[in-house]
Design a protein. Structure first.
Length: 385
């Protein structure tokens, strides 16, 4: 990211003018540039220098403390963490420049494995109606292609959008595209109606390039978060492994990986109906519908939505999770194979860990709790208890 782009994003953030795609881009940048590394001077200078950044953040801090206190959740944690990280960077830089004594580096991990496995990032493939594939992380910002009078634009390193290419031109043919994120990938999509979708690793969405029929219908695999633009005259439907979600002005999460034992639909805002060939359930915010594979019964329970959608904001959030499920998520994000040796691992794990750290961060947290031992061979992670 160049300096002009970064300064623009910081300015938008400080004045609460960032779009969702811009917030995602800024969030990814902060995660990638950890202020504790050797590039801290470059990291701060990209934002315009210490003086400029510290003055803006100081003014923003004054505005924040004058507002009523509110609960911080995963939904605004990324924004708060971004400010905290920049302030920490400035503090560390100032301290280093003022202190005449050399400082010792502090080890943050006891692991000496030379096989570093880096986290995933903005990586997706767009399949057009004719079967052509476009690798999005290899294309520049701006127009990517056109599909049936719809312009496909790359908004940032992590997002594409669809909009009408020419005024007074109607789409008369239903044309579908598919956006796919491989292992180690994540991407944002703005559909033709303005609905925003975030895809997790190893996920896909198949959708019309323009919604020309009486209903809007898309199909997903893997995990996706939807923020739907409501239109009562043209309802929005999501199909996922035999389940159908109908929007009623909604933000919701769909988890439908084919290698999981169930489909889980979690409602963050609004109302949705979840149905299959045998049953229908209506959800209110904070509820999750669960349908086990090859079954029709829809079970509903209350969940912590912030934990469910933490992945979207760059976090692993585990709550009494089996090691097998923890490592299944890790395998998708880090693009690794997990091998279990020795006795079955039956212990469980809980905690929040940044997805933008190397896999060692996760593995070390599991190791220090006495749950596992591990070694890394290439892109294989071997676990023993």
């Amino acid at each position: 990211m160049d300096q002009n782009r970064l300064e623009y994003l910081l300015e938008c953030y400080l004045h609460n003018k960032c779009t969702e795609a811009e917030l995602e881009e800024l969030n990814n940048w902060f995660h990638t540039h950890n202020p504790g590394n050797n590039n801290i001077n470059t990291w701060v200078s990209e934002a315009g220098g210490v003086d400029k950044l510290s003055e803006e953040l100081n003014q923003d801090f004054k505005r924040r403390i004058s507002r009523p206190a509110k609960i911080i959740s995963f939904r605004n944690l990324a924004a708060v963490a971004a400010v905290a990280l920049v302030m920490l960077s400035i503090g560390l830089l100032w301290f280093t420049s003022k202190n005449t004594q050399p400082q010792q580096n502090v080890a943050v991990s006891s692991n000496t494995n030379k096989n570093e496995i880096k986290p995933g990032g903005n990586n997706a493939i767009l399949t057009l109606a004719n079967g052509e594939e476009i690798v999005l992380n290899e294309t520049g910002i701006g127009e990517v292609t056109r599909q049936n009078n719809m312009q496909v634009n790359k908004l940032a390193d992590s997002s594409i959008s669809y909009k009408t290419a020419a005024a007074n031109s109607a789409n008369t043919q239903l044309v579908y595209n598919t956006l796919y994120t491989p292992r180690g990938g994540k991407y944002n999509l703005v559909l033709a109606d303005g609905t925003q979708v975030t895809l997790d690793a190893e996920s896909s969405i198949t959708f019309p390039v323009a919604f020309i029929e009486k209903e809007r219908r898309v199909t997903v695999t893997g995990q996706a978060y939807f923020n739907v633009v409501h239109n009562a005259a043209k309802p929005f439907y999501v199909e996922a492994n035999g389940q159908v979600i109908k929007d009623v002005g909604t933000a919701f999460n769909v988890n439908a990986y084919p290698d999981d034992k169930s489909v889980k639909i979690t409602l963050a805002e609004g109302l949705i109906d979840v149905s299959n060939s045998a049953n229908t359930k209506s959800l209110v915010p904070g509820q999750q519908a669960i349908v086990r594979n090859n079954e029709k019964q829809i079970r509903v329970k209350t969940v912590n939505v912030d934990e469910i959608i933490a992945w979207k904001n760059g976090w692993f959030a585990f709550h009494n999770e089996s090691i097998q499920n923890v490592m299944k998520q890790a395998a998708r994000w880090y693009d690794v194979d997990i091998i279990y040796e020795g006795k079955p691992i039956t212990k469980r794990f809980g905690g929040n860990i940044s997805k933008y750290k190397d896999i060692d961060e996760l593995l070390e947290n599991l190791k220090i709790t006495g749950i596992i031992n591990y070694k890394i061979q290439g892109r294989r992670v071997i676990l023993t208890n």
